[in-house]
Design a protein around this ligand. Sequence first.
Ligand code: SAM
Length: 482
Amino acid sequence: MYDPKSLKAEEFIDHAEILETLDYAEKNKNNKELIEQILEKARPRKTARGTECAGLSHREASVLLACEDPELICKMYTLAEEIKKAFYGNRIVMFAPLYLSNYCVNKCVYCPYHNQNHHIPRKKLTLEEVAKEVIALQDMGHKRLAIEAGEDPVNNPIEYILECINTIYSIKHKNGAIRRVNVNIAATTVENYRKLKEAGIGTYILFQETYHKESYETLHPAGPKHNYAYHTEAMDRAMDGGIDDVGLGVLFGLELYKYEFAGLLMHAEHLEAVHGVGPHTISVPRIKRADDIDPTVFDNGIDDDTFAKIIACIRIAVPYTGMIVSTRESEACRNKVLSLGISQISGGSRTSVGGYAGYTPEERPHDTEQFDVSDQRSLDEVVRWLMELGYIPSFCTACYREGRTGDRFMSLCKTGQIQNCCHPNALMTLKEFLEDYASPETKALGEKLITEELKTIPNEKARRLATEYIENIHEGKRDFRF
Ligand code: SAM
């Protein structure tokens, strides 16, 4: 029986409710009147507090996803863009993954790190190697990382992850610094989540892979990850451990996308109902080719149009949640989905253990790679491309460092107030990037963009402070933030 307030996975991700939702969506997929009503409900409105959006329930959003009428889909995309602009403006936050270890005791059938893969080299970074990777990432211009590791209590215990986080934060190379470390490690205990919180992590990210319990158990045939309830209830333990920014995601291609979509939104509803705050981010990875993994053996792959529709529908349903697209996606695909709701992308990524230090931007080691990267451009190229498309690449990490996390972030975001900080912060951190790391071509384009964008900051004091900081940045000043 569906109960978003329940702490039991099978009750807040209720299989029967998902099936009923899919049935309801299928029956109403051509119900123009209902779809117009749903779009109307989701539209941003000016209120006394600012701009607000009502969001949608998993049932309403599933009707949108099922709709096949081109005219209504076009309206959906326009609305998704409008919502994105209202809360995220034209900013795109940049990050990179950092693979710490590919030792893993699980048997996930889609991942080359599964423990039956005996020919892939196993590697775990020493702290000296972590430092080298961080210096290489800082030299590219990154300020925000997502650390990644397989699950292995012997090789990658929580103490190892914590030491890596401390090392990452301690490295200050030239003008570089990693100011936010997000963590994507296996589901763990409240006690370990508390330790991660104390280590100063940003978001705790854990992909559900699939919300379909039976498929989940088949796709994870053994190892600790086999336990569906333990995995699905991980975000509740993370929040009980004090982490209030959590990142959801499913691996599209494993199960029917409409099922996953409903499950994902039910998970978001559950977090909001129990903890008073929804997910900070939602990621939308798709299965990629990898060492001994052939993505074509999975029956539920989705094409680029369906992928874009999912992103637009998520944007409309959970307007305040950041959305992440990684370098699993090509430049063309990323181009298409940026305007539909994506707020964060990775750039210059390496998905192997020790893939950054000692390699030129063109060289990429494949030995320990988790999956094939489609967007192989350097960070500088991605930054320039974003600006050419009219976006502001942002290296901002201010929110969580200023305590704007969890419900504080959400309530500021919900009224659109977050933009008073985010827009100037984006411009100031972009200027830092241009000054310290950009190619002359990227720098010239960025300087022009910053000059224009500074004029649009509505708050006079914020405009003056941002302008002053940006003018003085070459004198060695760094890390001013609102
Ligand atoms: N070991 C942790 C866990 O079990 O959640 C961390 C996960 S792993 C380093 C990061 C994510 O990569 C996984 O959650 C999975 O969704 C994704 N992944 C695994 N194999 C993949 C593949 N072949 N293509 C694309 N993404 C993949």
